[in-house]
Design a binder for this molecule. Structure first.
Ligand code: NAD
Length: 356
């Protein structure tokens, strides 16, 4: 048996039942003696935030609905000011990774307790990681104080997630678990969670594709997303996440879609160096022949995921620069990261070819 280190997360996680998140949150806030909550959301999720504010009355001091992708510093400053002006004693983020990112950014600056109700599958709620954008450059930091204190999963809030976002957000989550399978700091517990998370999410997404309002499948997807989020928060990510970060940051590509397109390619690149992870992944995806790359290709096809980065604005003349940026800062990866090979990987993803 290998030696390993396993660190548990300090956050309190409440999973379900459907439609009970506001009463569960109220209990939790009372338990922690918080009576002046500022609720955060994106503009698109303002209605959910207002409904929650109403349910928490009189314990709410306001709703701030300007959360945006990649946590721009200007919005964080405005939100911190709002929290101070309203004398908030805690914050609640209701939304996906963008809103949770804003909650983390406020919490780490002010010390306010952060309660979180995730409504996508991105998994940020389970991580001590915060990515922030200053003058167009996104930097990421890791600090245990960034982890939200309470996370409440309520499947009823995910039923409105449009099908396309559900699928890409779900594959984004699967990518966390895939890289956790071969992370330098992985361990047997995380690998169990990773396999369970990949299995639950992949099965659920196939049902959701045919039937987006299937409550059982949505619940299973949220459960898988939680597990995959734990994997992301507990291990060090490699090539796949670095490449998505580079492409997202430097070429303004959408976060979840980029993850979904690149995952089979990055796994195909690393696969020869991680045979045991490849077996685990194939098994989790239900591939009897043990071919993880084929299983990933097939999953994306069955989920009708758009396969070409060219559809999202990456141009052919950007490919060389993308590869050069991707290899510029060295990072741990099971297989040596070589610029020429990475450029070919990005080219295949750009052209929408299958990974091999
Ligand atoms: P998102 O939070 O930007 O949400 C995408 C869109 O979906 C938004 O318009 C939002 O309003 C809408 N939406 C969210 N939930 C909905 C629902 N239930 N019904 C209808 N619409 C809904 O997207 P995301 O993919 O969850 O998060 C992406 C961001 O999170 C990126 O900035 C990424 O870097 C960050 N992220 C961070 C971590 C971390 O650990 N720090 C992990 C994953 C993602």
């Amino acid at each position: 048996m290998e030696s390993f280190v396993y660190t548990t997360s300090p956050s309190h996680v409440i999973f379900g039942p459907a439609g009970k998140s506001s009463s569960q949150l109220l209990n939790r806030l009372e338990c922690r003696e918080h009576h002046a909550v500022l609720i955060l959301s994106t503009p698109g999720q303002a209605e959910k935030a207002n409904v929650l504010a109403h349910a928490l009355t009189p314990n709410t001091v306001g709703v701030f609905s300007k959360a945006a992708m990649h946590t721009p510093i200007e919005i964080t400053r405005e939100a911190v000011q709002a929290a101070e002006d309203l004398k908030a004693d805690s914050i609640v983020s209701i939304g996906g990774g963008s809103t949770i990112g804003l909650g983390k950014a406020i919490s780490i600056r002010t010390g306010l307790r952060h309660f979180c109700i995730p409504t996508t599958y991105a998994g940020s709620e389970m991580t001590p990681i915060l990515g922030e954008t200053v003058d167009g450059i996104k930097t990421t930091r890791r600090d245990i104080a960034i982890i939200p204190e309470t996370v409440i999963y309520d499947v009823s809030l995910t039923m409105s997630l449009p099908l396309a976002i559900s699928i890409t957000s779900g594959i984004n989550a699967i990518a966390h678990a895939v890289e956790a399978l071969y992370a330098p700091d992985t361990n047997p517990i995380i690998r169990l969670m990773a396999k369970e998370g990949i299995g639950a999410l992949s099965q659920a997404l196939l049902i959701i594709t045919a039937s987006p309002q299937d409550l059982e499948a949505r619940t299973k997807a949220l459960y898988g997303a939680w597990l995959c989020g734990v994997c992301l928060g507990s291990t060090t990510m490699s090539l796949h996440h670095k490449l998505c970060h580079t492409l997202g940051g430097s070429f303004n590509l959408p976060h979840a879609e980029t993850h979904a397109i690149l995952l089979p390619h990055t796994f195909a690149y690393n696969s020869p160096a991680v045979p045991s992870a490849a077996r685990d992944l194939a098994y989790a995806l239900g591939d009897a022949e043990g071919d993880a790359v084929k299983a990933l290709n097939s999953l994306l096809d069955r989920l009708s995921v758009s396969r070409a980065l060219s559809n999202y604005g990456l141009r052919e003349e950007d490919l060389g620069r993308a590869a050069s940026i991707a290899v510029r800062n060295p990072y741990g990866n099971p297989r040596k990261v070589e610029e020429g090979k990475i450029q070919e990987l990005i080219r295949r993803a750009w052209a929408g070819e299958h990974a091999k």
